[in-house]
Design a protein around this ligand. Structure first.
Ligand code: LLP
Length: 373
C-alpha cells in the first residue's frame, strides 16, 4: 500500500461512465456535454475526459488554463462564476473561449470594455436565476432568488437589451444551474418548463438564442455506490429531450461534474487507533476533513468499508479523523467488519469535490492520487 491517506481512481469506471454519457446523448446531435472541472481537476482525470470528447465548464482562470493544458479546445470552454476578475476575463478573451456565462450586467460591462480594448468579440450567455427549488442541501442549492447566482428573471429584458447594443458582445443564449446532487428528475422538469417559457418569450420578440445551457446537478448514489456505479444518464437527458422546447438549430449544453467523476474515486486511509469509549468505539483514521471535507461541511454521507478485513463479523464504529475539531467525523455508528489498528478503510464516492477541496489545515500534507486501469 502507498502512504495513506490517498485518493485512488478507477479509470476503467471513469471510461465506462464517459461511454454511458456519450451513448445517452448519441441520438441528440444538438446536445453538448461539458465537464464541470471544479468537481475534479486532476490532470489524469482531465486527460481521460478530454479524450472522450467532452467540453469543459470552468469557474476560474486557473481552470481555463488547466483545461487548455489538458488539450480541451478553446471553443469547447464555457466560463462561469459571479466574480470573474479582469485578469481571468482577459485570459479567457486571449484564449478565445466558446462562451462566458455572465452573471450580472456589472460583469457584462467589464467584459465589453476589456473585449473592446483587445478589439475582440466576447461570446456570452446570461445565467438566469430560474427560482427552481432543487430539493438538495442548502449549501449547494443555487437556483433560488435568494442565492447570489445569475440574473433575476425581472432583470433579464434589460440585460439582453444592453448586450444586444454592445459592440464587442455576441449574445449566444441563456444559462441555468439549479443546484447539485439532484437525484429526482422533478427539478429538471421544472427547469425545462421555465427555460422553454423564456425561450418562447424571446422567440416571439424575434430573439433566437443559439444556445440553451442547462447546467449540471445530476446526483449519484452515495448509499450504494458499488450497486449503482453509473448514474442513469439516459433518464436525465430524456427529461430535456422530452420537455425542453427548442427550435431547429438551437444547441443544448450541459455541465455535469459529480455524476461523471464521483464514483471512480475513493479515499484510502489507515486506522491509527481503535479507541474504546464508554458508549462508542472510534476508528481513528489518518485522513481528516482536510482530505475530504464533504461529511464535515455538508453533512454528506459516504459509504465506508474495511478493505483489510472483508468478511469478518460487523461492529459499530464512529470513523473519525485526527484533526482537532469535533466535526472531523466521516460517519457515526456505522457497521464495519471488525477493525484493528493498521487496517485500511476505503471511503467511497469521493471522486467529485474530494481532492479538489483538500486543504493543508493543521499543517497536514495534501493527499496524493493513484490510478488503476
Ligand atoms: N455548472 C455550474 C454553474 C455549477 O456551479 C456547478 C457546480 C456545476 C455546473 C456542476 O454541478 P454537478 O454536476 O457537479 O452537480 N462542493 C459541493 C458541490 C458544489 C457544486 C457547485 N457547482 C459538494 O461537495 O457537494
Amino acid at each position: 500500500m502507498e502512504q495513506t491517506p490517498y485518493y485512488k481512481y478507477d479509470l476503467s469506471l471513469l471510461d465506462r461512465t464517459l461511454q454511458a454519457v456519450k451513448e445517452a446523448v448519441a441520438d441528440s446531435s444538438n446536445f453538448h456535454v461539458h465537464y464541470a472541472v471544479k468537481a475534479n481537476s486532476n490532470p489524469v482525470i482531465l486527460d481521460r475526459i478530454c479524450k472522450a470528447g467532452l467540453g469543459v465548464d470552468c469557474v476560474s482562470g486557473a481552470e481555463v488554463e488547466a483545461s487548455l493544458q489538458a488539450g480541451f479546445k478553446a471553443d469547447s470552454i464555457a466560463f462561469a462564476g459571479v466574480g470573474k476578475t479582469d485578469r481571468e476575463i482577459n485570459l479567457a478573451l486571449d484564449a478565445d473561449i466558446f462562451c462566458f456565462n455572465v452573471e450580472s450586467v456589472e460583469e457584462l460591462q467589464v467584459i465589453q470594455s476589456l473585449a473592446a480594448k483587445k478589439n475582440k468579440t466576447a461570446r456570452i450567455a446570461f445565467r438566469v436565476n430560474p427560482n427552481v427549488d432543487a430539493h438538495t442541501n442548502a449549501k449547494i442549492t443555487t437556483g433560488l432568488a435568494e442565492n447570489k447566482f445569475g440574473i433575476n428573471m425581472e432583470l433579464l429584458d434589460g440585460a439582453i437589451d444592453m448586450a444586444l447594443g454592445m459592440s464587442n458582445i455576441e449574445l449566444l443564449g441563456i444559462h441555468f444551474h439549479i443546484g447539485s446532487q439532484i437525484t429526482q428528475m422533478e427539478p429538471f422538469s421544472q427547469l425545462c418548463a421555465k427555460a422553454s417559457a423564456i425561450n418562447a418569450k424571446y422567440l416571439e420578440c424575434g430573439i433566437r438564442f443559439s444556445i440553451l445551457d442547462m447546467g449540471g446537478g445530476l446526483g449519484i448514489d452515495y448509499t450504494d455506490p458499488t450497486g449503482n456505479p453509473i448514474p442513469d444518464f439516459k433518464a436525465y437527458f430524456d427529461v430535456f429531450r422530452r420537455e425542453l422546447k427548442t427550435v431547429p438549430g438551437q444547441q443544448v449544453h450541459f455541465e455535469l461534474g459529480r455524476s461523471i467523476v464521483a464514483q471512480c474515486g475513493s479515499l484510502i486511509t489507515q486506522v491509527t487507533y481503535v479507541k474504546k469509549g464508554t458508549v462508542k468505539e472510534f476508528a481513528i483514521v489518518d485522513a481528516g476533513f482536510n482530505d475530504l471535507i464533504r461529511p464535515a461541511f455538508y453533512g454528506a454521507h459516504h459509504a465506508i468499508r474495511n478493505i483489510s478485513n472483508t468478511d469478518g463479523a460487523k461492529r459499530k464504529y464512529d470513523v473519525v479523523g485526527p484533526i482537532c475539531e469535533s466535526s472531523d467525523v466521516f460517519d457515526k455508528d456505522i457497521l464495519l467488519t471488525e477493525t484493528h489498528r493498521g487496517d485500511y478503510l476505503e471511503i467511497l464516492s469521493a471522486g467529485a469535490y474530494g481532492e479538489v477541496m483538500a486543504s493543508q489545515y493543521n499543517m497536514r500534507s495534501l493527499p496524493k492520487s493513484y490510478f488503476e486501469e
